[in-house]
Every structure is written in C-alpha cells, then in structure tokens.
Design a protein around this ligand. Structure first.
Ligand code: TYM
Length: 324
C-alpha cells in the first residue's frame, strides 16, 4: 500500500512542516512510499523563478537529511509532462464548483486581489494534486488537516473517473498525525505556521541556527493569564508551545503544563527540544547542499523511478478517456 505526500517550496520549510509532515514520512516510511518537492504548486502565486529553483533544491536536501530514503524522493516538475496530461483528464472530471469550494482557494483568493486577477492555477492546483496522487497509485496520503480537503477531492475524482470510464485509479485516503497536526505561528497563534508569512519572527525554519530558534521561541506570545494549563481555545499561545514540546518529547501537552511552573521555563525547554530535534536535519542538509553531484544523482534517479511507475496508469487513463 503506497503512501505519498509532498511539500511545496513556496518558502523555506518550517517546524510545522517537520512535525506535521516530514518527520512522520521519515519515521513511518515503507519501501515503495514516495515523497516529493511539489515545485509546480509554488507557481500559483507571484514567485521568483531563480529563488524557486534554490528552494526546491534545499527542500530535496531537507527531505533526505530528515531520514527519508533517497530512493523515495523526487521533484514534481521532473514529471511535468505526465502530470500535465493527467491534470487535464482530471480537470475534465471536476466541476468548477468543486474547485471553487476549496477552503485554501477561498482564503488565498480573498487576500485583497480582485478575484478576476487571481491565477487560474490557484483554482486548479488541487486537481494537479489529485494527479500527483492518482498517477502513482497512492492509497494513503499523510497530510496535515489543511490539506485533507484536497485529498477528499482526489478521492472524488478517482471514483468518478473509475465509474465513468473504467477502473484505473486507487481511491486514496488522507492520514493525519495525532499531535502537531497544526503548529501555529509563534507570534500570532490564531494562524498556522506558514512558509509564506511575510514576517518570519513567528516561524521557526528547519535550517535556522540554534541561536535564532532560541530567540524566536523566547519572543513567542503567551497569554495574560499566568496559568500553566493546556487550554487550546482559551490560551492558544501556551497550547501551541505545549504541543510543540509534546511533539518533540512524546509527553502529553497537559502533563507538560504541570511540569513547568513559568512561561520562561517552558520556553527554554521548548527551544532546547526544537534545536535538538532539528539539528541533525540542518547538518545533513548542509552537507548534501555542499555536494551538488550527489543531490543531482538523487534527483535524477527519483525522476526516473516516479515516471516509470506512473506510466501504465497514465496510458490506461488516456485510452479509457478516448484519447491517445
Ligand atoms: P505544504 O507545502 O503547504 O505543506 C506540506 C505539509 O506540511 C503540513 N503543514 C503543517 N503541519 C503542521 N503545522 C503546520 N503549521 C503546517 N503547515 C504545513 C501540510 O499539511 C502538509 O502535509 N499542496 C501540498 C503539497 C502537495 C501534496 C501533493 C500533498 C502537492 N501534491 C500530493 C500530498 C499529496 C502543499 O502545498 O503542502
């Protein structure tokens, strides 16, 4: 049963990506699973091509340094022809209403730009994500809760295609992590930690130095109530720190709340735990980035494997759809 997931290089990968996604991919990976850098997804909003290239490379290095087997990774745009073809087939099985209902589309298209100028790719990218999943025949898709609606769309499209034209696609299921499903911004815990946040003081990046991590966590907002209790709704800032520490230590957030008498003590412990959690990845990624030939080799082999693997599904889908 294949698992597949991805991360978009729309910015540097952060602690939320690590705790909510990458770490689990590395720990629970089984032979045949696939994890990739979804660089095509980074094009749905204004972006800088040279920076995208750098971020994609960095992310590939982070995935491998985090412990994902090098033979389980690839970069999405290396399959651009296959994915382009399958996306079109799936777009023609998806209604406008289904795409426009996606929460992320509504959020990102409602950020001030007149809706007429929003990139069409922002509307259709969940269909590209469905193509990512269905091309590889993935049965399980580990994602944070922000992506589960997109996996739901992939399920719908797989079923619809299979029923209308013939059985080709595995119907995927989203699998969620038990804790740290949503790591929040340290400065504004009402929103999730995000790669594209303008002001990065509330975001711990995987490649941040130990010193920077300490400073960011020290500045995390807490709450005016000095009550060390795990109450996510009433004290979201404190709950976020407890959840982060919990994800790093495997102790329940409510138990941690009783162990730390002050915010200061909790913040130091959290910063220390995060630094130790991220250290091997930072070091591993830096040494891979210093060895471009090795990174190129991993990328090329990944592209070859993923293309081969999806080829028969794509040709069946095209044939059943009455084309090619
Ligand atoms: P992306 O890059 O936004 O996020 C990558 C993964 O990180 C998780 N995540 C978080 N988890 C906890 N706390 C946070 N603050 C946080 N922020 C992000 C996300 O849930 C996700 O698991 N469209 C996808 C990538 C994608 C994909 C796919 C995923 C492309 N094709 C096919 C699965 C299958 C995305 O932009 O993820």
């Amino acid at each position: 049963m294949t698992r597949l997931s991805a991360i978009t290089p729309s910015g540097h990968a952060h602690l939320g990506n690590h705790l909510g996604a990458i770490r689990r991919w590395a720990n629970q990976g089984r032979p045949g699973d696939l994890y990739f850098v979804s660089d095509l997804h980074a094009m749905t909003v204004s972006y800088n091509p040279a920076r995208l290239r750098v971020l994609s490379r960095e992310l590939l290095a982070v995935l491998v340094a985090a412990g994902i087997e090098p033979d389980q990774v690839f970069v999405q745009s290396d399959l651009v022809r296959e994915l382009g073809a399958l996306s079109w087939i799936l777009e023609c099985a998806c209604s406008y209403g289904e795409a426009a209902r996606m929460t992320q589309f509504k959020q990102k298209s409602g950020t001030g730009e007149p809706v007429g100028t929003v990139r069409l790719g922002l509307l259709t990218y969940p269909v590209l994500m469905a193509a990512d999943i269905l091309l590889q025949g993935a049965a399980e898709v580990p994602v944070g809760d922000d992506q589960s609606q997109h996996v739901e769309l992939a399920r719908t499209l797989a079923r619809r295609f299979n029923q209308t034209y013939g059985e080709v696609f595995t119907v995927p299921t989203a699998v969620m992590p038990p804790t740290a499903a949503r790591v929040r911004d340290l400065v504004d815990p009402s929103r999730k930690m995000s790669k594209s946040t303008q002001d990065s003081v509330g975001v711990v990046f995987i490649l941040d130095t130990a010193d920077l991590i300490h400073r960011k966590i020290k500045r995390a907002v807490t709450d005016s109530v000095e009550r060390m209790e795990y109450r996510p709704t009433e004290q979201p800032g404190l709950a976020n720190l407890l959840e982060i520490l919990s994800a790093c230590t495997d102790v329940a957030p409510a138990d941690l709340a009783t162990q730390y008498p002050t915010y200061g003590a909790l913040k130091s412990a959290t910063a220390e735990a995060v630094v130790e959690e991220l250290r091997p990845i930072r070091e591993g990624a830096q040494s891979l980035l210093a060895d471009p030939a090795e990174l190129d080799r991993i990328r090329k082999a990944g592209a070859h494997r993923a293309t081969e693997r999806g080829a028969h599904r794509l040709s069946s889908a095209l044939r059943l759809a009455g084309v090619a």
